[in-house]
Unconditional design. Structure first.
Length: 797
RNA sequence: GGGAGCUUAGCUCAGUUGGUAGAGCAUCUGCCUUACAAGCAGAGGGUCACAGGUUCGAGUCCUGUAGCUCCCACCA
């Protein structure tokens, strides 16, 4: 019934088309038993690599599992195609600079580019046999998404959860935009601690100060000393004169100062670090902007104006040395905050920005994090740890072009913000004007907010964005909490965090019950794969589909412990390939004895047939319990164990009865047909969530018609009950052990497995073994078996 | 400095409530056996990082130590 060879290249394509045509994975919103997945929308910023296939396959395995449990699975697909990663990709690929392009041209270029790339993304995922609904793929830049995102903004603004503040924010000079805490990476870098002299104006004494950022001397606004500092407390109230710039700044007492650090006196610049930002507020210090938005020194820096920060630092160090104002230097490495997208050192700059209040909701978010069921469980601790360390409200404005615009104008007269009517959404304030006059001063001319929103301000609404396909209600909580949010570990503090936060702010409930954290697929040497750079030697997904098949690629991806990174090693693919061949051969063999056979429970089932069915039940139970924890790799291991047991022990035993009913009887054959076809069906169904193509191929060759089902993937698992007969398992294992000992004897004596053995004697075995005498004799080519009492032993005579 | 994870066979890793160590790969030996030589059968190989503790019994629970990895804080 099955061909000798399985031609996966053409057959995988065939089934993918079949599933599409037959709408096998169609979600039914009316279904009583639903399973809702909040699929991560991949960022459109390069080429999909095996790392993506790794984590998305794990999601697909869960979706398929839920479907096999009889649920209607909502498995949407989306593209995160707005925001910085996309802009950076377009700038790089199209060789344009955003700053030198008109807003509209740049947006159009982004839209065109992402459109082309989405086709590639869909091809890679659907060729892997992903059961997501690509026909309803959402996009984070689509008008509908913009509408939802803008509505979210307006609602939260009206609830006073959003405000615009002119305060220090994290700034990337390379991307020239504000960024959020979650977008910051810390990187170890070498640096210099510079010990320099300030002068006390009143006494002419020198005051020693240590700094790693001497270029910010031009923005120094005060010097702090600790109030309990015996040596320096007397300086409080006096005036310090900064070196080189000779700016006079007050000396202020500040209990935050650590007397052990540096020299014990701190210069406060606006802003060298977060402490400076905090102190500027607390002591109401002036703000001196030493660094511009482009990352270059401002006029305040005098002769260093226009230089990049690092350049200026070097130059002023030389200048201070020249003037004898620098008395010591010390090399050190410290961790520097950088922008995760470009690696540029982050600055703190002041600019009006929009913030969503996070700090005052820390407790609620923390509690929500405790309620979510994280898999693996330790992901929860990472989440809570992040919430604990939260220091910034969520800055959601970006000084960029390609994103969701703020639905906001400012009165040209008084500056009062004016929000769009929700009935007008989505709006682009750059091209439209409000319908009403300013509520404060009555003026009717407005300036648009030209910033766009942080892409996470929109992505944090994916539970609403993706369910909108069903509800058409936009920002709505009908299906919230959803069942599952799957994503990789780097997103715990980002996407998971923001989604939980927004769901609480809007609806006061969790966005989903469960989170599943996957690891990363890393190159063979352990480096992270990149969308923008090719990782030398690492095959692409389309290459592994072609060489090993999509099923084998999926096998590699799903054969991992949850949350753990794995390396891309060719060996793993070879193992999967062997498994695929084995499934094919074993099925081909079993099916060859089922021609014309209609499954029915025979009057009598032989002992070893009962045994393999019991083995199946045991594995099924263990499999389900692993899947409950999303441990698909461990579930797969259990399944593989059963499958090899089925092949090596059961089929070897059953094949004699199948081949030779004239010797062993028709009943014995029927019993084997029943057990073999049943267990194989059960096994195929379990494998189907990992290897959807080959299992479909085999299912369609025999079982589909019998079960009256269009596809194995909507056929439900074969549940034969959960009461396990342990004694039966033990008895069957004993028979296998006897067979194994006889095989061992033949191996050690250089005999072929088919060589006959005249007689063996079995000592100390129970009645069960006798009932399997025919099977044992046949599989080992034994003529006579003698039974004796005494200690358990197998003796070849 | 705070949090988390890891350390088990030569390699990659399983080991769910504590009961004499498992798989795959690699190595070695044998076998064309009417599904499969991209196969089959068998063998060797581990004081479960270290030190204590609880227990009749610890890879598993507790404490501590060391090494590796990740996240956070540390820019005076």
């Amino acid at each position: 019934m099955l061909e000798k060879r399985y031609d996966f290249n053409t057959r995988e394509k065939h089934w993918q088309e079949y599933w599409r045509e037959q709408e096998i994975y169609k979600f039914n919103p009316e279904a009583k038993n639903r399973y809702m997945i909040d699929t991560p929308p991949p960022t459109i910023s390069g080429i999909i690599h095996l790392g993506h296939v790794f984590s998305y396959t794990q999601i697909d395995v869960i979706a398929r599992h839920q479907r096999m449990l009889g649920k209607s699975v909502f498995f949407p697909f989306g593209y995160d195609d707005n925001g910085l990663p996309t802009e950076r990709y377009v700038q790089r690929e199209k060789k344009v600079k955003m700053a030198e392009t008109s807003r509209q041209d740049f947006i159009n270029l982004c839209l065109d580019t992402t459109k082309q790339m989405k086709a590639n993304y869909e091809e890679v995922f659907s060729s892997a046999g992903h059961s997501a609904d690509f026909s309803h793929a959402y996009s984070s830049i689509s008008p509908r998404t913009q509408e939802i995102s803008q509505r979210s903004f307006i609602e939260l603004y009206n609830k006073s959860e959003i405000e615009r503040r002119n305060s220090a924010c994290l700034w990337c000079p390379e991307c020239r935009t504000a960024i959020a805490q979650s977008e910051v990476d810390t990187v170890e870098m070498p640096s210099l601690m510079n010990y320099i002299y300030f002068t006390i104006k009143e006494t002419g004494e020198k005051l020693r100060i240590a700094t790693t950022r001497p270029e910010l001397l031009c923005a120094c606004v005060c010097v702090f000393v600790h109030p309990d500092d015996n040596e320096r407390a007397n300086l409080v109230g006096k005036t310090a004169i900064s070196p080189y710039y000779n700016r006079e700044v007050p000396i202020i007492a500040n209990p935050d100062v650590d007397m052990e650090k540096g020299t014990g006196a701190v210069m406060c610049c606006t802003f060298g670090d977060e402490a400076d930002a905090k102190w500027q507020k607390e002591y109401n210090l002036p703000v001196l902007e030493g660094i511009g938005y482009n990352g270059r020194m401002t006029d305040l820096a005098g002769e260093f104006a226009g230089q990049k920060v690092r350049e200026a630092r070097e130059n002023i160090i030389n200048k201070l040395k020249e003037l004898g104002l620098l008395y010591d230097q010390q090399e050190l490495t410290h961790l520097v905050a950088t922008h995760e997208r470009c690696g540029t050192e982050v600055e703190l700059l002041i600019k009006p920005q929009w913030f969503i209040k996070m700090l005052e909701h820390k407790d609620e978010i923390y509690r929500a994090g405790e309620q979510v069921k994280w898999n693996p469980e330790y992901a929860k601790k990472r989440f809570l740890n992040w919430v604990d360390g939260l220091k910034w409200d969520w800055c959601i404005s970006r000084q960029r072009f390609f994103g969701v615009p703020f639905p906001v104008w400012y009165c040209a007269e008084c500056g009062e913000p004016m929000l769009a009517d929700t009935s007008d959404l989505p709006v682009d304030p750059s091209t439209t004007q409000p319908h009403k006059p300013c509520s404060k001063c009555g003026y009717t001319h407005f300036n648009p907010e030209t910033d766009v929103m942080d892409t996470w301000a929109t992505s944090s609404l994916t539970p609403q964005i993706c369910t909108d396909v069903i509800t058409n209600k936009g920002l709505d909580d009908t299906y919230i909490p959803m069942d599952l949010r799957p994503n990789a570990h780097e997103n715990i503090r980002v996407w998971d965090f923001y989604t939980i936060a927004k769901s609480l702010l809007h609806f006061g409930k969790l966005p989903w019950h469960d989170v599943m954290i996957s690891g990363w697929g890393l190159s063979a040497t352990g480096t992270k794969l990149s969308k923008s750079k090719s990782s030398g030697g690492t095959p692409t997904p389309l290459e592994t589909y072609k060489k090993y098949s999509a099923d084998v690629t999926r096998y590699w991806a799903s054969n991992a412990s949850l949350g753990k990174d794995v390396y891309i090693k060719e060996e793993e693919f070879k193992n999967g390939f062997k498994l695929m061949q084995k499934i094919w051969n074993a099925s081909r063999f079993v099916l060859s004895f089922l021609e014309g056979y209609t499954p029915h429970k025979p009057a009598e089932i032989l002992p070893m047939d009962k045994w393999i069915i019991e083995e199946y039940k045991k594995t099924f139970k263990a499999f389900m319990s692993y899947m409950d924890r999303y441990e698909m790799g461990l579930a797969l291991n259990e399944l593989e164990q059963l499958f090899w047991n089925f092949c090596d022990n059961y089929i070897e035993i059953a094949k004699n009865r199948l081949y030779k009913p004239e010797i062993y009887g028709e009943q014995a054959k029927e019993s084997a047909q029943y057990a073999a076809s049943t267990v194989l069906l059960g096994i195929l169904k379990l494998f189907s969530i990992y290897m959807p193509h080959i299992t479909e191929e085999i299912y369609q060759a025999y079982y589909a018609e019998i079960e009256g089902c269009k596809s194995i993937h909507i056929s439900n698992y074969l549940d034969l009950g959960s009461n396990i007969d342990e004694q039966l398992l033990k008895n069957g294992a004993e028979v296998c052990d006897i067979v194994s000992q006889v095989r061992g004897y033949k191996s050690q004596n250089n005999l072929s497995m088919k060589d006959e053995i005249a007689a063996i004697s079995l000592a100390g075995y129970n009645e069960f073994v006798r009932t399997c005498e025919d099977d044992i004799k046949a599989v080992c080519s034994i003529q006579t078996i003698n039974y004796t009492d005494g200690e358990k032993a197998v003796t070849i005579e």
